[in-house]
Design a protein around this ligand. Structure first.
Ligand code: GRF
Length: 223
């Protein structure tokens, strides 16, 4: 088998982030392979997407388990059976427990549609609009025992525009989610990511020091 990083994707819904990973892998710009897609929701569109691309799917309905730890133990069993190295939460609407985190230490990722620690939890777009934020964004982070909390790998800032509603802002954020997730996973696949407490060091990758996003935009004086 090749040296491609083996991913297990966990989802509950539409799976556009899964689709973006599938497309990026197909385009040859992400050195990874999705060995299984797991959903807790039987109607998740993400299961259909996976099947259309020949990726094995497993349904693990959370309601069939008495406790979250029993549910997570089943997830671990399925992930191990598919030789998963990196667990990718992509719209997975369940809180994970130490059972999953202990089985894949520093090997569980999540994506969130805000610049954490701003607007954690559900309805991040609604929260950003209600707060009147002018810049929000997306965050890819390692998962720890607290929701939307672990060390941050990639963030992309996105402006909130006049006339935005939740759907419009969500669509703009999702385009960046799809870039951010592939980028974060590629950095891990290349062995360039190291966690140091809350901070994540990435070999040979940094932001451009003068990059900014002003919202509203205003002219930058030319030097
Ligand atoms: C994304 O917005 C992600 O940030 C959040 O759940 C959503 C999943 O979207 N965690 P999709 O199912 O990948 O389209």
């Amino acid at each position: 088998m090749s040296g491609l990083l083996r991913l297990g994707v966990l989802l509950s819904g539409s799976g556009t982030n899964l689709q973006a990973l599938i497309d990026t892998i197909a385009a040859g710009t992400l050195g990874a392979r999705i060995t299984v897609v797991i959903s807790n929701e039987p109607a998740a569109q993400g299961l259909v997407r996976a099947t259309q691309h020949g990726i094995p799917t497993v349904l693990v309905p959370h309601g069939a388990f008495a406790t979250r730890t029993e549910f997570d133990a089943k997830l671990v069993e399925v992930l191990r059976a598919h030789d998963v190295e990196l667990v990718v939460l992509a719209g997975f609407m369940r809180l994970v427990t130490p059972v999953l985190l202990g089985a894949f230490p520093s090997r569980v990722l999540n994506i969130h549609p805000a610049l954490l620690p701003a607007f954690p939890g559900l309805h991040a777009e609604r929260q950003a609009l209600a707060y009147g934020a002018r810049v929000t964004g997306v965050t890819v982070h390692f998962v720890d025992e607290h929701a939307d909390h672990g060390p941050i790998i990639v963030q992309i800032a996105v402006p909130v525009l006049p006339g935005d509603d939740e759907a419009r802002l969500h669509a703009r954020l999702q385009r960046q989610e799809h870039r951010a997730y592939a980028r974060a996973i590629q950095l891990i696949a290349e062995g360039r990511v190291r966690i140091d407490g809350r901070r994540v060091h990435i070999d040979g990758a940094a932001a451009n020091a003068d990059d900014t996003l002003a919202s509203p935009a205003f002219p930058v004086p030319r030097a």
